[in-house]
Each structure stands twice: as C-alpha cells, then as structure tokens.
Design a protein around this ligand. Structure first.
Ligand SMILES: C[S@@+](CC[C@H](N)C(=O)[O-])C[C@H]1O[C@@H](n2cnc3c(N)ncnc32)[C@H](O)[C@@H]1O
Length: 291
C-alpha cells in the first residue's frame, strides 16, 4: 500500500487500531508508564502524516480529529488493557505455552517488544489492509521479532482457519488465544462462529482471553465523540448490547461449549497497576480454559 492510500484503507474500524497505537505511544512516554512500546510512535507519526497530507482523500483530517478524540475518551481503560494483555502473554509463555494467537492484532508489536523466546510462535490475525501499513512501517524501522512471527491476513468473518493453519498453527499443541479488540465489531453469530473455530483448534488446556464489557455503556461513551460511529460501526448504538460481540452472557455460553471461565474486574486490575478506572462499569477480563 502506498502512503497516500492509508486514509482510505483504514477509514473505518482500521482507524481504531491507529487510535490504540496513539494510546501506546502516549503511555510509553509517561514516567510512570505501564509498558514501553518503542514502535507505537512510528505508527502514530506515519498515520498522522498520511491522514493530514494535503493530497489525502476528503474527510481524512476529520477522521484524524475523531481518532484523537476517541483516544482521550478511551485512554485509561485501553492502556490498562494493553498492560493486562502483555502480562497474560508473558504468563502463558512462562507456563510453557508456545503458540500465541492475537485476533485483531492491529498495530501491536508483542513479537518485537516483549522479548518472547524464539521457541514461541506468535500469529497475528487482522485484515490485509492493516498489515499493508504495519509491515511497511516495521520494515522501515528494520524491526526484528524475538520469536517466530506469522502474519495471518484474513477476515475473521470468512475462512481464517485455513490461513492460520497454512501459517503453521498446530491443533495438537495448546495455544493462548487473545481477542485483541475485534470480536465486538462482529455480529453475535460471527463472533460465536470465531469462538467455535477456536474451540475446534484448541488442544485441552488452551486459553482464550477477552475483554468483557457492557456494550451499551460503551455506546454511550462513543456517542460523546461526534462522528465516532463511523469508525466503530455498530457500536455507537445501545442495540450493540444484544447484537454485537460475544455478549454479556459469554461466560455461560462458553461454559456450555467446552470451556471453564474465570472473571477479573478491570477496576481491580487497574488498581493493582496503580491506576483508577472511574468509567469501567463492572467491565472485566475473562480467561477461558479449554477442557
Ligand atoms: C480496536 S482495533 C485492535 C487494536 C489492536 N489490538 C492494537 O492493540 O493495536 C480492532 C482491529 O480489528 C481488526 N478487524 C476488524 N474487523 C476485522 C475482521 N472482520 N477480521 C479481522 N480483523 C478485523 C481491525 O483491522 C483492527 O485492527
């Protein structure tokens, strides 16, 4: 993808990954940072240049301004989420897990920044247009992953399973799956289909972690940012609660489908990092273990 194509390619939900890169860049620059992502600033700067280029498609500067406003609204919760997900990957690897799968990997760079051992195989699943930008920026930086890294450019609404297997995923080896923030963008049926596939590919003891929040509360916050619904399709409306993602009854549904689940409240996790989350509304994180 040439640089002038970025604002068009990542005009919708893809722009949210740029927002999370901005969050990681902001967090990494704090004295009391929860993590350090040395690549986030490069993604943020490249995206800003391309969205604000005078030759960019009409509306690109407005999209950029919306991304910046969303970053302010979601910074606190999301930055805690990044640290939590980093810790979860480190814990899984420390317990001997050698397959990590990030669904909706966006612009995160776990394979480059967490010092994961070379025996670990990390799979990043996201849309082709995301990797067109990501690989261009990482290539420009000469970034080298510490573990084996496979890019799986696939749409989770389609046959992503074949792409993952072609990239070397092994069904007989336990894996640590992470919903890195994509399932809420899918319909309930699409999200459940993804998780059924995860179940089929999971050796006993595999883990699946995902954020668990009330989408109606999130919709109310999204609507505080004019035009944000365009970047977060389906999520700005309170109907998202019953139509999108895995739903509030996800733990019960998983338990009926071969998983054991544990819930941790986000506010408590944030407090353990010395951060307060006043808007977390009972949100948390679920860790499911394949039986
Ligand atoms: C909120 S962002 C994830 C941010 C990412 N975890 C990070 O930390 O940078 C949501 C991601 O889901 C991806 N996505 C949206 N719909 C998708 C689909 N149908 N299949 C695969 N990826 C999708 C987007 O491209 C985007 O990167």
């Amino acid at each position: 993808m040439a640089s002038r194509d970025l604002p068009r390619a990542l005009a919708g939900v893809g722009a949210t990954a740029i927002g999370v890169a901005l969050i990681r860049a902001r967090e990494s620059e704090r004295d009391d940072r929860l993590y350090d992502d040395p690549y986030a600033r490069a993604f943020a700067d490249a995206a800003e240049r391309e969205f604000l280029d005078p030759g960019a498609p009409e509306g690109s500067a407005e999209t950029w301004a919306t991304v910046a406003r969303l970053v302010d609204v979601f910074y606190e919760g999301r930055t805690v989420g990044v640290r939590m997900s980093d810790d979860a990957l480190r814990d899984a690897v420390a317990s001997g897990c050698e397959q990590l799968v990030m669904l909706g990997a966006g612009l995160d760079t776990h394979a480059f920044r967490l010092g994961l051992p070379s025996a670990v195989h990390l799979f990043e699943v996201d849309l082709p247009e995301m990797f067109a930008f990501k690989e261009r920026v990482l290539g420009g930086l000469g970034a080298v992953p510490s573990c084996r890294r496979s890019v799986v450019a696939a749409d989770l609404r389609g046959d992503w399973r074949t792409a993952l297997m072609d990239a070397g995923f092994r069904e007989d080896v336990p894996a640590r799956w992470t919903d890195a923030g994509v399932l809420a963008y899918l319909t309930r049926e699409e999200a459940r289909r993804v998780v059924r596939t995860i179940g089929e590919l999971s050796a006993p003891g595999s883990l699946f972690g995902f954020g668990h929040s009330r989408l109606e509360a999130m919709a109310d916050r999204i609507r505080t940012v004019p035009d944000a619904g365009r970047l977060m399709p389906g999520l700005a409306d309170r109907s998202a609660e019953r139509e999108r993602g895995l739903g509030w009854d996800a733990p019960e549904w998983l338990e009926r489908n071969g998983w054991r689940t544990e819930f941790r409240e986000l506010a408590a996790i944030a407090a353990s990092y010395g951060r307060a989350l006043p808007h977390s509304s009972g949100a948390g994180s679920i860790l499911a273990t394949r039986l």
